[in-house]
Design a protein around this ligand. Structure first.
Ligand code: R5P
Length: 314
């Protein structure tokens, strides 16, 4: 537990999910509360025991951790939420800077699960509130459509725009597909830059085609490819190739969530992009934009029962 007692401490307790100690410590410092790492034991038979090593009774317990590679994290999360409630927590929340399972938002093939909805039901059954950053909202308009609990979605757009304003001359903000239009338009508006989106067709996990519809050369502009998620890198690689084919300069790539599978970052570098940078929702070497202060504000609002839809834009 954080031993700092010099400042007046609030009753909240942040519990770090596996791998999220740094996030929990930062949030606890900003929220002036205690934090503790979730103790976890894997039995030889593959089952898991969790333990919260801090007093819980009467406190608002906030589990903290990004949900990339979610399958191994979700059961410990649910067990911890259940334990917190059992031990008398006044409420139980989750701050997950990256929220998993948002992309399967319809049944693309007969018989498939709509996992965004299933996952939302699962988490909502154990939590009172959820705070996250730029969830992948495409066919769902808002988290409230699938999460019946209090939710707060922070937008990274203002901080990405601020970074662009101070680091890039004359940017042209480009989204690799139609659904990126929502983030791209907002970042461009806040950065005072023009924007456009490309057309993407996905044929498989790593088989992505991207084309420029109407080609405008945008002389004097620095191309900035912006997407919410960089996973295999296939989307940004295909977009980079499309820009090159159109005679544009090598782009700078910005992603909100650095999922980065295997050698995705190296492949982007090999393709000639000038730089790849991300927000710190998932710890990664490319992190350049820090969102923790916004997360802390959002957690405070969500815990007090007055969540606003988008704290970063207000
Ligand atoms: C999908 O619609 C998302 O917005 C991203 O474009 C996608 O998840 C990126 O994945 P990848 O890097 O594997 O192409």
């Amino acid at each position: 537990m954080n031993p700092d007692t010099a400042v007046e401490r609030t009753g909240m307790l942040i519990v770090a999910l596996p791998g999220a100690a740094q996030l929990a410590a930062r949030l606890a410092r900003l929220l002036r509360c205690d934090w503790s790492e979730l103790w976890l034991h894997r039995f030889p038979d593959g089952e898991t025991l969790v333990r919260i090593d801090a007093p819980v009774k009467g406190r608002c317990v906030v589990l903290a951790g990004s949900l990339h590679r979610p399958d191994d994290k979700t059961l410990p999360l649910l067990f911890a939420a259940d334990a917190a409630r059992d031990l008398g927590a006044s409420q139980v929340g989750l701050v997950a800077p990256y929220l998993a399972y948002m992309r399967q938002d319809r049944r693309f093939n007969e018989g498939e699960a709509i996992t965004s909805r299933s996952y939302a039901r699962l988490l909502s059954s154990s939590l009172d509130f959820l705070v996250t950053v730029d969830p992948h909202l495409h066919r769902w308009q808002s988290l409230g459509e699938i999460y019946p609990i209090r939710t707060q979605a922070i937008a990274a757009a203002p901080l990405i725009a601020r970074w662009l304003r101070s680091h890039v001359d004359n940017p042209l903000v480009i989204g690799p597909d139609q659904e990126s239009g929502q983030w791209v338009a907002e970042v461009a508006r806040l950065a005072g830059a023009p924007w456009t989106v490309l057309t993407k067709t996905r044929r498989g996990d790593r088989d992505v085609r991207v084309t420029l519809a109407g080609h405008e050369p945008w002389p004097g502009r620095t191309p900035v490819l912006l997407d919410d998620i960089i996973s295999t890198g296939a989307t940004l690689l295909a977009a980079t190739a499309a820009l090159k084919k159109a005679g544009m300069a090598p782009p700078l790539c910005i992603g909100v969530h650095a999922l980065f599978d295997a050698d995705a970052l190296q492949q982007l570098r090999d393709a000639g992009v000038t730089r790849v940078l991300t927000c710190d929702t998932i710890p990664h070497a490319s992190n350049a934009i820090r969102l923790t202060p916004l997360l802390a504000r959002a957690v405070r609002a969500a815990a007090s029962g007055t969540p606003r839809v988008n704290t970063a834009l207000t």
